[in-house]
Design a protein. Structure first.
Length: 382
């Protein structure tokens, strides 16, 4: 879920410049970033580039390191906190995917089930056919279903200044969001190409509800948040505020990176639904990714399915699995991760395949800052 909807805007697109350089010899995972000097400098550079403030936490083996820079409130100058909670946008997708994979492991569904089986009549019209789309294709973005956040009317209502301040407290149901997508033809036939679509994960959340009889939010809380003791992680539903401690979130509410800056902290996250409504903090995201990659949430078969990837468009450095992405850095280090963008909040979580070394951070502005440089700094030490 993002104002700018390109996949991995932080960890793939923003890395493109760095990845254009010559590859360097890979260092053992965790070695390069032990003193985190390069990471701190990259975060400070993001603030110098215009991001109001940043917060980051690294988990490396048995040690944890956190840092902040800039401000959490432009009016008062209050600093950001290492304990800040923030909207994580599309990082939500890994939580939803994990729940569906757990349900598969329990024999309650198959990822090769059609969407029509679980959501009869929901994906239809304008060439859309849920009988030809599998749950797996929702999760790896090969369904071809139109991305509702790319709809012009939706964009005007929620991503422009005039629209946002008129509609920021609107409640949208998952059915409302899917209906926007169904007004468009598919981008391609199921399974024939790849395009990032938030609609896929709205539908995935609807499948969770149909299979279990309980909301995706309840399933995520009971299956992931509570067992891992993720005390800063929540699914706000229609609640417009972010729990304390937290900072304000800022946006230009425009494609341009100049012009006025607006406080967009308060919004109804139902417009993101199961594609991106969640709130967390950096320590919780590190803990979640570490547990996921170390096999504490999924049996080996389902974790392998999650990590079975497809090409992510034309990106030479990123492949997409089921709610997580496979990222290759210029120094040869391989990571699993995802970015998340929603009004005024740009977040990234990434971890080594063994889950021992992870990084999660947040910019409380959505128009500037080189998030890719932060990832390279931590895992490549430069």
């Amino acid at each position: 879920m993002a104002v700018r909807t390109a996949l991995m805007a932080a960890t793939a697109v923003a890395l493109s410049v760095a990845l254009a350089g010559p590859a360097l010899a890979a260092e053992p995972a965790g070695k390069a970033g032990q003193d985190h000097t390069a990471t701190r400098e990259a975060l400070r550079a993001a603030v110098q580039d215009g991001v109001p403030g940043v917060t980051a936490t690294v988990r490396d083996g048995g040690t944890t390191w956190s840092t902040t820079a800039g401000v959490g409130n432009l009016r008062t100058g209050a600093p950001r906190s290492a304990d800040d909670r923030y909207r994580i946008g599309s990082i939500t997708k890994a939580f939803v995917s994990t729940v569906l994979l757990q349900l598969e492991a329990e024999g309650r569904l198959s990822l090769d089930d059609t969407v029509e089986k679980w959501l009869p009549g929901v994906v239809q019209g304008n060439g859309n056919d849920g009988g030809k789309i599998t749950v797996r294709q929702l999760l790896n973005h090969t369904s071809g279903i139109y991305n509702y956040t790319e709809d012009d009317g939706f964009g005007r209502a929620y991503f422009t200044k005039d629209g946002f301040f008129q509609h920021r407290y609107d409640t949208k149901t998952p059915a409302d969001l899917v209906a926007i997508a169904m007004a468009h033809k598919p981008d391609f036939a199921p399974g024939t190409s790849w395009h990032y679509s938030n609609t896929n994960y709205v539908l995935a959340g609807m499948v969770v509800q149909k299979v279990t009889g309980r909301s995706y939010a309840t399933e995520i809380r009971d299956r992931i948040i509570n067992p891992l003791h993720l005390k800063a992680t929540s699914l706000p539903g229609t609640k417009v505020t972010v729990p304390s401690p937290s900072s304000h979130a800022y946006s230009k509410l425009a494609e341009e990176t100049t012009g006025p800056t607006y406080d967009v902290t308060k919004l109804n996250p139902s417009i993101a639904s199961s594609a991106g409504e969640m709130i967390s903090d950096s320590a919780d995201l590190d803990r979640f990714y570490s547990a996921l990659l170390r096999g504490k949430l999924l049996p080996p078969k389902q974790l392998k399915e999650m990590q079975t990837t497809v090409p992510a468009g034309d990106s030479p450095t990123t492949r997409y699995g089921l709610g997580i992405a496979d990222i290759s850095l210029p120094c040869g280090v391989h990571l699993w991760g995802h970015d998340g963008g929603i009004h005024g909040s740009s977040s990234v979580v990434a971890a080594t395949p063994d889950g021992r070394h992870s990084l999660a951070f947040n910019f409380n502005g959505d128009w500037s800052g080189d998030a890719g440089a932060v990832v390279v700094a931590e895992f490549c030490g430069e």
